[in-house]
Design a binder for this molecule. Structure first.
Ligand code: DC
Length: 224
């Protein structure tokens, strides 16, 4: 049976950076499920789909073939055969992913892909519903969070470092709005699984968070 670590938490808690580092140290594959929702969002944006029209979204979604490959240890997302990794990390794609991800047909398609990846590979998978829904049997579950002001500040610094002009208060409002959507939706809302260990990274460095998670993994394997 493959070894699976599930990491859930809100946007900007550091999940992807931390999960990638843990994957490298523990020799696991890193599965970024947000990128899959982003790939569907990208397809809908490119097709100029009306995001209010759920039926149309479901119809379009059937035409979006998302596949994942690992190239040099890096997850590469293919959308209808095109490597779209470089197009996924914009704010527009992220917020569209948050809007379309509650749709059950979208989730069903991607959850199947995620379970297939997890059953065939030792992996660390991050998202919103991994511990609660995608991999309820994962050997280790983490709920990674940080305060919204810390998350906004990190995002502000990241964008400023890239030379993008941005407004801290607006970023914070967007983060809180995204949390509200992800936590209050009907299908697979973001919440901590009962057996997930809470890690609050507000006052931690990335290195500290990585070490904490590796320690939690070894504790959970000792207790099995
Ligand atoms: O983690 P991220 O920012 O790349 O995710 C983008 C959006 O996708 C997020 O707002 C909610 C959605 N998502 C989801 O519903 N379930 C997941 N397992 C991962 C992401």
């Amino acid at each position: 049976m493959a070894y699976n670590i599930a990491i859930d938490g809100p946007a900007g808690a550091g999940k992807s950076t931390i999960a990638r580092a843990v994957a490298e140290k523990m020799n696991l594959i890193y599965v970024d499920t947000g990128a899959m929702y982003r790939a569907i969002a990208l397809y809908l944006l490119r097709e100029k789909t009306d995001l209010q029209d759920q039926e149309k979204i479901v119809e379009q979604c059937r035409k979006a073939d998302v596949t994942i490959r690992y190239e040099g240890g890096v997850q590469v997302v293919y959308l209808n055969g095109e490597n779209v990794n470089a197009c996924l990390r914009t704010e527009e794609v992220g917020s569209t992913a948050s809007v379309i991800s509650p749709i059950p047909e979208v989730r069903k398609k991607l959850v199947e892909l995620q379970r297939r990846l997890a059953s065939g590979n030792d992996c660390i998978m991050d998202g919103r519903d991994i511990g609660t829904c995608v991999l309820p049997e994962a050997q280790t579950k983490i709920y990674l969070t940080a305060s919204s002001s810390v998350r906004a500040k990190r995002r502000f610094e990241e964008l400023s470092a890239k030379g993008e002009r941005c407004d801290l208060e607006k970023i914070r409002a967007d983060i809180e709005e995204r949390d509200r959507r992800d936590m209050n939706r009907e299908t697979s809302p973001l919440r901590r699984a009962e057996d997930a260990v809470l890690v609050d990274t507000s006052d931690m460095t990335i290195q500290e968070a990585v070490e904490r998670i590796i320690a939690i993994c070894s504790e959970s394997s000792e207790s099995r």
